[in-house]
Design a protein around this ligand. Structure first.
Ligand code: FEO
Length: 392
C-alpha cells in the first residue's frame, strides 16, 4: 500500500499482515494484524515513528522512496514488530538519529545492530521541534514492555501510542468504521498483551488524561478519530470489579467431567450467573483470554490423567496465571478414577491470581446424585459471592 494521508503532512505508512495467524508464536490472530509507522513532515525536520516487522521491510522502504531526508526515527517500543526494520531504515538514511526512551536504548542495541552514535534518548516529558510541529514524549511503561513511551504531536493533537490502544486486525480501513468489530479485536489484544500490567497501565491512562487528544494512532490496527471510544473501553476492562460471569475452561475424556460442566452451567444460570465455557481441545485461546478480562470466577474442569490434571488444562491454567485476570474466585471440578493430585497441582500453579478458592468438586467416575448436589452447592456459593461483592 502507498502512504496514506492522515492530516496535512502526516502520513500512515507500514504494512498490513493479512496472513499472520500467531503473534510471538503464541497469540492467535484470527484477523491478521498490521504494523503501522507514521511519517511527519515538519517545516524543518522529518520524522518516522516506528517501523515494521522485518519480513515486511520492503513495503516500508518502498513507501519512503519519495522521502529524500529523514532527520529522526522514533522507536516508541523496542519489540521487533515495530523496531526490527530500524537498521534497514538507518542504512537508507545514515544521518538520521534514532530517538528512544532511556530504557529502550540498550534493549534496541541488544536486539539488533544499531550504532550507539545514532541514538538519542529522551526523558519523560521531553519535546523535540520539527519546525512548525512539536513532538512530546510521554513515558508509558509496560504497554507492553518496560521501556515503552507514546508521542504526542501538540499542534495536531495526535497521540502516537504504539502497542497502547492497539488491535490485531488486518484491514484497508485507516480509521474505525465498525466499532463493534474493533471493540472485539482491541479487547482480545488488551487481554493478551496488556492485562498482566493493568495496574501500571491505569496510571498511564491517568497520565495522558490531561492531553487534548483528537486522534489516537496506534502501531497495530486502525486509527481512532473518536479517542474516548477506546479510552473508555480500556477503563471498563481495567475496572477492579469483575462482572457477574463465570468462565469454565475444561477438558473431558469420557464425558464424566462434561456431565459435571453441563450441570454446573445450568445451575449457575438458574441462579442468575452468566457463564462462558471453553472446551480446551479446540478452543481459541484468545477468546478465553477475552472472557477472562471480565470474569468474577474461574472454574477449571479437568479429568484426571496420570494422577493429575489434563496437560491442556495445565497450559490454560499457566496462561491464566500469566495474564493475571481480576477474577476473585476460583474452583476446580472434574472426575477421577483412582489417585488424584489435581487440586494440589493446579493450586500450585496460580500464585499470581488473587483468588479465594471455593471448595473443589472431584468425583470418582461418573457423577451421581451426591455429586450433583455438591455441584449445586458450588453454584450456590458462587452466586452468593458474586452478589455479596456487587458483581453485575
Ligand atoms: Fe506490537 Fe509489543 O509489540
Amino acid at each position: 500500500m502507498k502512504p496514506r494521508k492522515i492530516k496535512d503532512r502526516i502520513y500512515w505508512m507500514g504494512a498490513v499482515d493479512w496472513d499472520r495467524r500467531l503473534f510471538d508464536s503464541l497469540v492467535p490472530l484470527p484477523d491478521g494484524t498490521s504494523y503501522n509507522a507514521y511519517l511527519i513532515e515538519g517545516s524543518e525536520k522529518t520524522v518516522l515513528i516506528d517501523t515494521v516487522d522485518p519480513p515486511m521491510v520492503d513495503e516500508l522502504l518502498g513507501q519512503l522512496e519519495n522521502v529524500p531526508k529523514l532527520d529522526y526515527i522514533v522507536s516508541l517500543h523496542a519489540e521487533q514488530d515495530h523496531s526490527g526494520s530500524i537498521p534497514n531504515v538507518l542504512a537508507r538514511y545514515p544521518d538520521a538519529k534514532l530517538i528512544c526512551s532511556s530504557k529502550a536504548k540498550n534493549m534496541l542495541m541488544d536486539l539488533m545492530p544499531i550504532p550507539e552514535k545514532s541514538i538519542i534518548t529522551v526523558n519523560d516529558g521531553e519535546t523535540i521541534t520539527l519546525g512548525n510541529k512539536t513532538l512530546k514524549f510521554i513515558y508509558t511503561p509496560w504497554v507492553h514492555w518496560p521501556e515503552t513511551m507514546v508521542a504526542y504531536l501538540e499542534e495536531d493533537k495526535i497521540l502516537f501510542s504504539c502497542d497502547f490502544f492497539g488491535s490485531h486486525i488486518a484491514t484497508t480501513d485507516l480509521y474505525v468504521s465498525d466499532e463493534g468489530r474493533i471493540y472485539e479485536a482491541a479487547k482480545r489484544y488488551y487481554a493478551e498483551i496488556m492485562m498482566p500490567f493493568r495496574n501500571v497501565i491505569k496510571k498511564n491512562l491517568e497520565k495522558i488524561a490531561p492531553y487534548d487528544i483528537s486522534m489516537i494512532a496506534p502501531s497495530h490496527g486502525v486509527i481512532y478519530q473518536n479517542p474516548s471510544f477506546i479510552i473508555n473501553a480500556h477503563k471498563d476492562w481495567m475496572n477492579d470489579t469483575p462482572k457477574n460471569l463465570v468462565v469454565i475452561p475444561y477438558i473431558s475424556m469420557h464425558n464424566s467431567t462434561k456431565l459435571m460442566i453441563d450441570f454446573l452451567v445450568s445451575s449457575l444460570v438458574e441462579k442468575g450467573v452468566s457463564v462462558e465455557i471453553f472446551d480446551l481441545t479446540a478452543t481459541d485461546i484468545g477468546k478465553l483470554a477475552i472472557t477472562l478480562v471480565d470474569a468474577g470466577t474461574i472454574v477449571v474442569g479437568t479429568p484426571t490423567i496420570l494422577s493429575g490434571p489434563h496437560p491442556n488444562v495445565v497450559y490454560a491454567t499457566y496462561l491464566a496465571n500469566a495474564l493475571r485476570p481480576k477474577a476473585k474466585f476460583l474452583s476446580i471440578i472434574g472426575s477421577y478414577g483412582w489417585a488424584n493430585k489435581t487440586v494440589e497441582i493446579l493450586a500450585g500453579m496460580i500464585p499470581n491470581l488473587k483468588v479465594e478458592v471455593i471448595e473443589p468438586v472431584l468425583i470418582k467416575g461418573v457423577p451421581l446424585e451426591s455429586g450433583y448436589k455438591a455441584l449445586d452447592k458450588l453454584a450456590e456459593s458462587i452466586a452468593m459471592k458474586h452478589k455479596e461483592h456487587g458483581f453485575k
